[in-house]
Design a protein. Structure first.
Lengths: 105, 473
């Protein structure tokens, strides 16, 4: 059953910024790519290391895994370079009453 | 074998220096002082008049290299790599020439002595010859050029085909993949850029030859091969260096991309002198119905750490790694293979053979991974080790990860020692002990040498014979 969790007020996550949230045993990175918000699992599918803290390229909406350099498309969760080849989970982002929320499952 | 042939072999074997280990006078246009710095990386990029994005790519890679610790796995010899005692860039000529006559005399003589121009005339589609940091000669057959085949040094590839290079460069091996890939990404120079258009079959091999001349040299070539759908190419590389008492470093990055239905075969005959650290990252992507084959022969170097990888990304893709490692006195060959089945009905084979003698150490380090969803995958891994004496060593480090039920995976490993009974049997037929030993070794490696082009198979057998010379009795 999907659950809605709160992230932060909209004004606290400006374009080019990111934020990490935790829900149960999940860690999720929420990114603002040029005004549009996306959320991906904070776990590289290559070796399970943290992903969302890597280099964030706002213009291309990608994040680079800090451990082995795989580049992920934040919009789709798909890796754009090896060594990762499995996509990471993405989560729908909802804005309600000027608050950023995620739908998690 | 006639005594005279034996004598010939012994004479050559007695001295690698004579055949491969000689060195030329250093008439260089530029030789960087030892050591690595941000200024040097900027200078290399400036020398090559690179676009800004490549300069930034190099500098970011340098940060990755400096931030990562030296790996501690693999071999204790790794601790001996001294990054401050290496010349990272040496320029021997102005440009990659298209005629041997335009190559500087000393350098041309070296390649003549190594037989490269002769091989080019006889049985190759194209040749690249790299001397120190850069390619001094590059040529591809005109008919292939007319079909759109691109075969040039990587520096020229970036200059002349920046759009293709930018699209694929470092997508298979990102700079932060590992410390040595980061180093290569920061200071890369030379290597080959190969592009084969859709449906084009390059029937005769393309060859690159890499030569180190100066002491404490670092050679960091970068190769990118793109085979468009339904195309075929066989790329062969060889390498040698002079024998010095202090160490050199060779650290290449090689990326292969086989599009749907394409086939790439990449053959290496590595024969560095035994003062060279050979720390290389090689990785391939095989899309739907594509085939990638690595034929990897490691004879030389002090320490080789190299695990050619294939990511089978499309349905029915096929990957194959054939690996021979020969470890003699003071050598550690840490070779192997990695195959990742990321799509259904993909198939792969790994055949790895190592021979250790005179205290040498041969290791097989492999990964076979079958991803969830890659149903119908088939894979066979066979690794065999042959020990020729009691003080040599063989290790096997296989890793198998299977995330899918409907697969077929076989793993076989053997370690054998040349036994007295085998030698006795052959010697009872009038064969000398040394010849008997060679026969056993040749029989052991034959499944792989038969996959080499004829000329290389002959060379490989000859090299093995040289290495074997005087090893018994």
């Amino acid at each position: 059953m999907p659950e809605i969790i709160e992230v932060c007020p909209v004004e606290d996550l400006k374009p080019g910024e990111r934020r990490l949230v935790e829900w149960e045993d999940l860690e999720i990175g929420v990114f603002n790519c040029g005004g549009t918000l996306y959320a991906i699992e904070d776990r590289c599918s290559h070796d399970n290391g943290p992903l969302a803290e890597g280099e964030f390229d706002e213009a291309n909406c990608t994040v680079e895994c800090p451990r082995h350099g795989s580049l992920f498309d934040i919009k789709t969760g798909q890796p754009k370079t090896l060594p990762a080849y499995v996509p990471v989970d993405t989560f729908p982002v909802i804005i309600e009453q000027q608050t950023i929320k995620l739908e998690v499952d | 074998m006639a005594v005279t042939e034996n004598q010939q072999l012994r004479d050559i074997n007695a001295d690698y220096t004579e055949r491969y280990g000689f060195h030329d006078a250093e008439n260089y246009l530029y030789k960087a002082p030892k050591g690595l710095s941000r200024e040097l990386v900027e200078k290399i990029s400036e020398f090559k008049s690179e676009p800004q994005w490549m300069r930034e790519f190099r500098l970011k890679a340098l940060d990755h290299f400096l931030a990562r610790p030296q790996p501690t796995w693999g071999s204790p010899l790794l601790a001996e790599v001294d990054y401050d005692n290496i010349h990272y860039f040496v320029r021997a000529s102005e440009r990659a020439e298209r005629s041997w006559d335009d190559v500087p005399d000393d350098v041309k003589k070296t390649f003549d002595r190594l037989g490269i121009p002769e091989a080019e005339r006889k049985f190759l589609s194209g040749v690249g010859a790299q001397y120190e940091s850069e390619v001094v000669y590059h040529q591809v057959r005109e008919d292939l050029e007319q079909q759109g085949v691109i075969f040039m040094d990587m520096d020229s590839g970036l200059r002349e085909h920046e759009d293709i290079v930018r699209q694929y460069f470092a997508t298979v091996i990102p700079p932060n993949d590992n410390k040595l890939a980061a180093l290569n990404s920061a200071v890369w120079s030379g290597g080959s850029f190969v592009y084969v258009p859709e449906g084009v079959h390059v029937e005769m091999p393309l060859q690159a030859y890499f030569r180190i001349n100066t002491e404490n040299m670092g050679q960091f070539e970068r190769t990118l091969i793109i085979a468009e759908p339904g195309s075929y190419v066989h790329y062969v590389e060889g390498c040698t260096a002079p024998t010095y008492s202090s160490n050199s470093l060779h650290s290449a990055v090689v990326e292969l991309i086989a599009k749907p239905g394409a086939r790439i075969r990449y053959t290496t005959v590595q024969n560095w002198s035994t003062n060279v650290f050979n720390l290389v990252t090689k990785r391939a992507v095989a899309q739907e119905d594509a085939t990638v084959e690595w034929v990897d022969c490691n004879l030389g170097s002090k320490l080789t750490m190299k695990y050619p990888s294939i990511y089978l990304m499309g349905e029915r893709a096929h990957g194959e790694v054939l690996s021979i490692a020969f470890a003699g006195a003071g050598q550690h060959q840490d070779a192997g293979a990695k195959i990742i089945h990321a799509a259904p009905n993909t198939t792969s084979n790994i055949f790895a053979k190592s021979i250790s003698k005179d205290g040498g150490r041969g290791s097989y380090r492999g990964l076979l991974e079958i991803a969830k969803g890659a149903h119908g995958a088939h894979s066979k891994v066979v690794c065999d080790a042959l020990l020729l004496d009691d003080h040599s060593r063989s290790d096997t480090y296989p890793t198998i990860r299977i995330g899918e039920d409907d697969v077929n995976v076989a793993h076989e490993a053997t370690v054998s020692k040349v036994g007295d009974d085998q030698l006795f049997y052959l010697m009872s037929h009038g064969i000398s002990e040394e010849e008997a030993s060679k026969l056993i070794v040749n029989g052991f490696i034959e499944p792989i040498t038969k996959e080499l082009p004829m000329e290389y198979a002959v060379e490989m057998n000859r090299l093995i014979e040289l290495q074997m010379e005087g090893s018994i009795g």
